[in-house]
Design a protein around this ligand. Structure first.
Ligand SMILES: *Cc1c(COP(=O)(O)O)cnc(C)c1O
Length: 228
């Protein structure tokens, strides 16, 4: 009584929340992938999550992500868990990121295509900028079809669109827009049926809008250490 919930309890609560939201949306929870975002967290937390049955991890910064992936691979062997890169990618880091990443959620410009192809290649989601601010990550919606054409013609496996709901918009509305961009993507890449959407604060709305990949950090991990 009165103790703060620990990691197992927080993970269980989010898993239950996902199952409930899927039920309410009439969706099979088995078609949802929970990616636990461990950016800024120590590798020890990744180990604890693996023990709790998590096998998909999200990271947003190189080389922090590379170090964690290397540590887990050294201990558990390759292929035990999947690494998802969810952060903005600097052009000169793309090749290195592709070496340890299974799925890139943030492909947003042509310049990243070739380095990803050369070094991985990881599967990709095309990140769409849902804000009006061009400095935020993500391709502008009008450029999405051409980026899709380019990435898939080059040989990348495009799985769907990814988006982050803007702070000043109802997430249900933002994810409905994102789902429409997904429809547009499928005119170019018909089997890009997946949708990466939903974070700690809005995963229920994302599930209702058709998300297949939920990127959830703090609701499971607790607060992140302050980035250095
Ligand atoms: C940090 C991050 C998340 C997780 O956010 P939480 O609010 O901690 O759940 C998801 N997606 C992206 C792109 C992120 O950078």
């Amino acid at each position: 009584m009165g103790a703060e919930p620990g990691l197992p309890e927080r993970l269980a609560a989010v898993r239950a929340g996902i199952a409930r939201a899927a039920g309410e949306a009439g969706r099979d929870p088995g078609e949802l992938t929970l990616v636990v975002v461990t950016k800024f967290q120590p590798v020890q937390l990744v180990r604890e999550l693996i023990e709790l049955g998590v096998h998909d991890f999200g990271e947003s910064r190189h080389p922090e992500a590379a170090q964690k992936a290397a540590a887990i691979e050294a201990e558990c062997g390759p292929g035990l868990v999947r690494w998802h890169f969810v952060g903005q990618i600097q052009g000169n880091k793309a090749r290195q990121i592709a070496r340890y990443t299974d799925v890139v959620h943030s492909l947003d410009r042509p310049r990243l295509v070739q380095p990803l192809l050369d070094a991985g290649p990881p599967d990709v989601f095309l990140e769409v900028n849902l804000t009006e601010d061009p400095a935020r990550g993500g391709v502008a919606p009008e450029c999405l079809p051409e980026l899709a054409r380019l990435a898939s013609a080059a040989g990348l496996r495009v799985r769907g669109v990814m988006g982050v709901a803007p702070r000043d918009e109802d997430p249900a509305q933002a994810f409905a827009r994102l789902a429409r961009y997904g429809d547009r993507l499928r005119e170019i890449v018909p089997d890009a049926t997946e949708l990466s959407a939903g974070m700690s604060g809005d995963y229920r709305q994302a599930i209702a809008a058709g998300a297949t990949h939920l990127r959830i950090g703090t609701a499971i991990t607790g607060n992140r250490p302050v980035p250095r």
